[in-house]
Design a protein around this ligand. Sequence first.
Ligand code: PHE
Length: 372
Amino acid sequence: MTIDEKTGKTLAQLGLTDSTGIASLFAEVRAAAEAEAEAFGRGDVDEAEVVWQAKILRDRWLARGRGLIARIDQNWLRQTPKESRGVVGAEFNRLRQYATAQFEIDPLLAAHRQKTLARYEKRRGPDLTLPGNRRELGSIHPVTRVQRELEDIFIGLGFHIETGPEIESVYNNFDALNIHESHPSRDDWDTLYISSDVLLRTHTSPVQIRAMRKYGAPLYIITPGKCYRNENPDATHSAMFSQIEGLAVDADINFADLKGTLDFFAKKFFGEKTRTRFQPSFFPFTEPSGEMAASCPFCGGQGCRTCKDSGWIELMGCGMVHPDVLRNGGIDPERYSGWAFGLGIERFAMLKYDIGEIQNFFQSDVRFLRQF
Ligand code: PHE
C-alpha cells in the first residue's frame, strides 16, 4: 500500500492501535517526504518547469482538504479515539512542522537554487567573480615619512645614503671620534653597553668612520638610522630614536659650504622664508663646532609656545670634521677637509606634524598612526 492509499484509511482500518505501530507509520510518511524533497528539481529542468513542480509538490503535501497533511489530520488524527489521540497528535505535529518548512513554494525554490549552484560549481570551479578577502593596508610611519623627506633633500644635492650597524664597537662610536675615555657620554648612565668594547650606538657618527674607511675622499653621504641611549622616557626623550648624519669630505671644504648647505636644507624643509642661525658649540669630533637653529616655522620668529618665545628652533649639531677624525678614517687632513652634522628625525617629525610627545611614535597606537 502506498502512503497515498494509507492516508485514505483510518488507523483502525490499517489495524494500527499500539504506539509502536503508529510511530513506524509516521516514520514511513516522514521518509517519503524526505525522499520527495530530495528528488525535487533533479535533472535538467528549466525554470518554469521547476516552479510548476514546486507548486505540484506543495499542493500534494499542504493543500487544504486533499493534501497529504490534511488527509492525515482528517483520517488518522480525528478518527482516533480520545484515549490514544495524544500519541498520534504528537507525531502529527512533528510531521506537519517538517512538511510546512519543506514544501512551501519559497523554501522549495531556495533549496533548488542551492542545489543547482552546487552542481554548477562542481562543473565550473569556484565563482571567480566573488569579491576576495581584503587585507587592510597599513601606512608609512610618520618617522619614516619624515626620514624620506629629509633624505630626498640631500639626495637632490648629490649625497648618497650610507648605513651602519646599530650594534657598534666602542672604538667606532667613541675613540675614533675623539671622544676620550673620560667623556661623560661614555658613562653607562648614558650608554647601553653590550660588553666592554661593544655597545648600542649612541649616535650615527660612527658611520662617518666606516664610510671614510670604505670609500675614502671625496665623500658626500647621509646616514639615517636608529640610535640608543640609556634615557628615561619623557615627552622629548626616548631610549631609541633616529638620527641622520651628514658628512661632506672633499678638497677645500670650509665652514661656508656647511652653512650654505644647511641653510638651503632648512629652506627646503620649512619653507623659503626660513632664516638660519649658527652658534658656537662643542663636539669632540668637530672643530669648530656649532648648533644650527632655524627661525620658528610656527610664528616666523615672533615668538610662540613651540619656540618658547625665542623665535628660534634648535635643529642640529654640526661642525668641521676634526683632523684626528679624518685621520682615523684613513683620510689625509692635509689634503682634505670636511663638515658634518647630526640631527634627530623624531624632532623634525614632531615639528612638522605639531606632535608634543615623542612617545607617540613608539607606542604603535593605530589611532595615532592612522592619521598619517
Ligand atoms: N653626533 C652628535 C650628537 O649625537 C651630532 C653631531 C654630528 C654633531 C655630527 C656634529 C657633527 O649629538
